[in-house]
Ligand binder design. Structure first.
Ligand code: ADA
Length: 554
């Protein structure tokens, strides 16, 4: 079973995960002295000699395949090029979303699959720039090798809607026809034992989206406390014989905003959670599923009910685990702290649109994702920046009308988009970056939001926190960077936010310490962002108990 998801996705389509052993060769100074064996998925920073290597590497493996070969690359950071033998199949920008590579008329036999990953910053890259997180290099998510029919299913989206006698499921399936002539097929769709069947004619060389509606009277609702999941299976039949299939998973639940609240199945959410970078000490961006689950267990032990995928789309397997365990997710497309000049980069909107589209398309069915975010702390205080926010909000709404959209905004004055999102996020750091009470920050922000057309929108404190260098103790002086001071500041911050009934909740910054990029953030002790309540090895700091006590109390 391919491990790009936590469940079986195909029974008809020939689909398998690439074997783990690859040969890796680095191409730039500071790399290896020659080819070496390595394991994928993985990032090269997990190799002691490549911890800070910034360059290109080529991964090769001999694979047996033939016919119409479809490769799915779950994530390559952050520029990718993919060859089968000497044929360049595709290139892709962005390390946090998957993409496909197609090769037709492949003679059955052994072929060389080659993936080049490149993590060099450069003038072509608007989103991956030196930042307060690390940009890794490698093939960070699973590679899947498939042999497809000339017609195949790219994705299926299910939008559930509560109705009088149960749930209504609106399904949309994206069907591709690689052949040079139209193809007649029968589409079969099954959800919770209910079926729909329809003839479809797929135009030559095109992809079309077809929809079906199914009433599901006897199904369980997905809630954080009872995360009941439902499978959707789609099949394409040629003359009654299945030629392709796809199984995905979703949850019968609804999210909407009303009266300043975020309602999940009509119940207002009270959010207590963490910002979590997708990274662990030993495996960097290529987090093993065991460590994903460990993080979820720790966040739940702390009393969290939500996690924010700062500042980019996460591995679908992590979202699968959030679906399974009922951990709510604010997922966002890739951007952090870009000023107007950086947002005016010639490739900015193209790269951001691609990442946003891929995120919504690939993660649509995850019931744990309750809101789509974008553009963390970018230039919402300028006319041009505000226009970019509005464009991405519109794109998200066009891709998915079933979820609210949001953005985490800088605390500074002058925001121009409070009328635009469904939910407003604000990042505040009272007690850490500046003195002052949480209530003061919140009152100022609420007043600005009200004057900017944001009245009545749910408000989330999308970031609030303080730093501590793990192991640095100062029980008497309680100096900043001590674990004692972090616990004290977090306590004041959490109480200040959760005592405010007008705020829907908070995401602490942050769950675990994460590595940062030296260019621009070398001022961070150890070149880490040390605001975790656990360190990069998930060892708890003093603040762990303080947060746990408060999250369980509110
Ligand atoms: C910002 C930013 C985070 C992180 C944080 C901090 O709010 O969104 O990515 O840099 O500040 O640690 O200061």
């Amino acid at each position: 079973m391919p491990m790009e998801r936590m469940f079986d996705t195909h029974r008809v389509r020939k689909s398998r995960e690439a074997l783990p052993i690859w040969t890796v060769t680095t191409l730039d100074p500071g790399g290896l002295n020659g080819p070496e064996k390595t394991i994928l998925p993985g990032v090269w920073e997990a190799h002691p000699r490549l911890k800070s290597y910034r360059g290109r590497a080529v991964y090769t493996q001999e694979i047996a395949c033939g016919g119409r070969v479809r490769l799915w690359l779950g994530g390559v950071s952050f520029r990718a090029r993919v060859w089968l033998d000497d044929a360049l199949l595709c290139a892709h920008y962005g390390g946090y979303t998957g993409f496909e590579a197609l090769a037709e008329n492949v003679s059955p036999g052994t072929h060389t699959l080659r993936i080049e990953a490149d993590n060099r910053f450069g003038p072509d890259s608007a989103l991956h720039i030196p930042n307060d997180y690390y940009t890794y290099g490698g093939v960070n998510r699973p590679v899947v090798i498939e042999e497809v029919n000339d017609t195949y299913i790219a994705w299926v989206h299910v939008t559930p809607k509560k109705v009088a006698d149960g749930w209504h499921a609106h399904a949309e399936a994206r069907l591709c026809n690689l052949a040079g002539e139209p193809k007649a097929r029968t589409l079969c769709l099954e959800i919770a034992g209910e079926q729909a069947e329809m003839p479809v004619t797929l135009p030559a060389g095109e992809a079309v989206t077809v929809s079906a509606d199914i009433l599901c009277p006897n199904v369980e609702t997905w809630t954080p406390n009872h995360p009941a999941l439902t499978y959707v299976t789609v099949a394409l039949l040629e003359d009654g014989v299945p030629v392709d299939d796809l199984t995905d998973r979703f949850g019968f639940r609804e999210v909407r905003t009303e009266g300043g609240k975020i309602l999940l199945n009509g119940v207002p959410l009270r959010l207590k959670g963490f910002n979590r970078h997708e990274e662990t000490a030993d495996f960097g961006l290529s987090v093993p599923v065991e460590e994903m689950l460990r993080d979820i267990r720790l966040m739940k032990d702390l009393g969290a009910n939500c996690v924010r995928t700062c500042h980019y789309p996460n591995d679908p397997r992590f979202l699968d685990l959030c679906d399974e365990t009922g951990l709510l997710v604010w997922e966002e497309s890739h951007a952090r702290g870009l000023n107007e000049k950086q947002m005016r980069h010639p490739a900015f909107m193209e790269q951001l649109t691609l990442c946003t589209r891929e995120m919504a398309e690939q993660h649509y069915n995850h019931p744990s994702v309750f809101v789509w975010g974008c553009l963390n702390e970018c230039a919402d205080d300028t006319e041009y920046g505000a226009a970019c926010y509005r464009e991405i909000f519109a794109l998200l709404r066009a891709l998915d009308a079933s979820r609210p959209v949001t953005a985490a905004l800088l605390e500074r004055h002058g925001g121009r988009i409070f009328d635009a999102p469904d939910v407003i996020g604000v990042n505040i750091y009272p007690g850490w970056y500046y003195d002052g009470a949480v209530s003061e920050s919140l009152q100022k922000k609420k007043a600005e939001i009200a004057s900017g057309g944001g009245t009545g929108k749910p408000l989330i404190v999308s970031e609030i926190g303080a730093g501590a260098v793990a192991g640095y103790h100062d029980p008497f002086g309680r100096t900043k960077w001590s674990e004692e001071r972090q616990a004290e500041i977090l306590r004041e911050q959490i109480e200040g936010v959760l005592e405010d009934p007008e705020v829907c909740g908070l995401f602490l910054w942050q769950f675990a310490d994460c590595r940062v990029t030296e260019g621009g953030f070398a001022g961070r002790p150890r070149c880490y962002n040390n605001k975790g309540v656990v360190d990069e090895y998930r060892r708890p700091k003093l603040s762990y108990q303080a947060v746990k006590e408060l999250f369980h109390r509110f």
